[in-house]
Design a protein around this ligand. Sequence first.
Ligand code: ADP
Ligand code: 5GP
Length: 216
Amino acid sequence: MQRGFLLILSGPSGAGKNTVLDAVLKRCPDVVYSVSATTRPRRPMEVEGRDYFFLTREEFESRIAAGEFLEWAEFCGNYYGTPLTFVHESLARGEVVVMDIDIQGARQVREKMPEAILVFLLPPTMAELEKRLRGRSSDSNAAIERRLETALEELKAGVEYDYVILNDEVERAAAKLEAIITAERCRVGRSEYFQLVKDIVGEQGVMRQDDESAAH
Ligand code: ADP
Ligand code: 5GP
């Protein structure tokens, strides 16, 4: 079995994280999406349990106290957090888990799970970011202004990530994210390398464990 891994997608609100992830998830049935919990009000098109688990502040705080989140943060006045159990169970099944979380959350995950892959999604321009936020027509004017201000700080943090993708065109950005997943899957460390070799050459031809260490 291949070893699963965690891939975090961050970027300013409105950059297109959900849109690009949706495109990738449609094409990759063995990639799973980690649904976050939030105290933000549900947007008209959003579905409980698919887009988020919508909680009150009291419910969220009691889950923090119970240690139910892998990470959590406050973003533009609302709590957001990643339920721990889903991530652990999916990784144990060897799945690739993708999540859309902010830079504070990504830093916490990197601290706890340094092998996580961090990808940053950029909008082409600030004017286009504003256009996308307004075009989504799901947040108040004040919320959009706050997200645009926050974006300037978030853009600086992108340098801490492993990969950067410019979301000029959805299909192009999705193809790049898929390519990153494919490359990460091919890492020797994520495969049962000597099982693969055994499949190729049979039992006798397999290097012993000592040879394996000597080879490194
Ligand atoms: P995020 O998840 O980063 O907050 P969304 O995926 O909700 O952003 O995208 C914000 C808006 O921008 C949506 O209305 C979406 O359809 C649009 N959008 C996303 N990517 C592109 C793109 N490459 N070109 C044009 N519009 C886009
Ligand atoms: P939105 O309200 O637009 O859905 O998300 C706002 C921000 O919260 C985005 O930057 C998104 O990446 C982030 N976010 C969503 N879920 C989580 C989460 O579970 N943890 C953290 N830290 N951030 C999240």
